[in-house]
Design a protein around this ligand. Structure first.
Ligand code: 8OZ
Length: 358
């Protein structure tokens, strides 16, 4: 019977365990370029079967938060290369999460221009800007002629990730960012080929996935979805049908994995009628990663029962650089400190203690 410590093949990679590090925004790249502090942070967490990087903006237009490290310029490629080299030298594997924030952004990031989205619908809440929290604005609805250029930006970013030495990329289709804004009908009221029925709302996701697979090979591409997450004001009238269709359609690419986060911000049903995510697992023909508040026991149960092939841990990995070793020894865990999640320096980032050697 498999558990978290059973090795697993992911595309061309042989991974030593199924304890993955979930993508987490940490805002430690003031100039948008990965730096040595980030290198230390990722290298510390190299015990993960797979590290999935924090969201990395695919273009200047994709930015929506301060100090996020991008993946579209030569300087960013060089910065990430130092990160991936450190991870590989320590025996690990790392994917780059490709991110376009869409409407979850602010004119302060775009020289006063509006953020873009499928439709001119303002997200709930406030944007994190370099000057602090500000109300979200009504985004500008993309012209249909602009969409191929954004798809091309994803392919370019995937190629940058390859050049930066990443083992693959995860397309961020979750948590209310641009791809998710197209997918769910609460944020997409388009009347063209990208809006209306789910076949149209999923078109952007599928075009991006196709372009990224063409750029770097489908066995090095994963996709993340968040069917239950109301974060950033997200909602769908029929999440079961929307995500069932997306999962079926993604099957045809032969991807490295599908990563489904179960996160719901403690508000079950807020993103639309609840359904059993197990149906997605049954539909999906490849590796299935789950995520969302798992501990060791629940994660082992998920793997043993076949509910998932691997589990991505977020805040537990944030606070425990040696999470894999702690799980192995059933050792106590450090508690994550939310005050230092976003921004700042080494404190709450690279200073969480490791266990003493056994
Ligand atoms: C929390 C704060 C900022 C960004 C996500 C990229 O939810 C994020 C994110 C989360 O996917």
């Amino acid at each position: 019977m498999s558990d978290l410590f059973t090795p697993i093949r992911l595309g061309p990679l042989e991974l030593p365990n199924r304890i993955f590090m979930a993508p987490m925004t940490r805002n430690r790249a003031p100039d948008g370029i990965p730096n040595d502090l980030m290198r230390t942070y990722y290298r510390q967490r190299v015990g993960a079967g797979l590290i999935i990087s924090e969201g990395s903006p695919i273009s200047a237009q994709a930015v929506g938060y301060p100090a996020t490290p991008g993946i579209h310029t030569d300087a960013q490629v060089a910065g990430w290369r130092r990160v991936t080299d450190a991870v590989h030298q320590a025996g690990g594997h790392i994917f780059c999460q490709l991110w376009h924030c869409g409407r979850v952004s602010h004119p302060d990031f775009h020289g006063g221009d509006l953020p873009v989205a499928p439709s001119a619908i303002r997200p709930e809440g406030q944007a994190f800007t370099p000057e602090g929290l500000k109300d979200f604005v009504i985004p500008r609805a993309l012209e249909i002629e602009e969409i191929p250029g954004i798809v091309a930006d994803y392919a370019h970013a995937a190629d940058c990730a390859r050049r930066a030495g990443f083992d693959g990329v995860e397309i961020h289709g979750a948590n209310g960012y641009l791809i998710d804004q197209f997918l769910r009908d609460g944020s997409n009221q388009r009347q063209d080929a990208y809006g209306g029925p789910v076949e149209n709302r999923a078109r952007f996701l599928l075009e991006v996935t196709g372009a990224v697979c063409d750029a770097i090979g489908s066995e090095r591409v994963g996709v993340r979805l968040s069917p239950r997450n109301p974060f950033n004001g997200m909602r769908d009238s029929n999440p079961r049908a929307t995500f069932q269709y997306a999962t079926e359609a993604l099957n045809r690419f032969g991807l490295a994995y599908l990563h489904v986060t179960e996160m719901d911000m403690g508000r079950p049903g807020a993103a639309g009628p609840e359904f059993d995510l197990g149906t997605l697992r049954e539909t999906w023909e490849g590796l299935y990663i789950t995520n969302g508040g798992y501990d060791k026991a629940r994660a082992n149960t998920a793997i043993a029962s076949g509910a998932a092939d691997a589990v991505a841990f977020g805040t537990l990995f944030l606070a425990n650089p040696d999470l894999v070793e702690r799980f192995r020894r059933d050792a106590p865990l450090n508690q994550p400190n939310p005050d230092t999640f976003y921004g700042g320096g080494a404190e709450g980032y690279t200073d969480y203690p490791r266990l003493d050697p056994a």
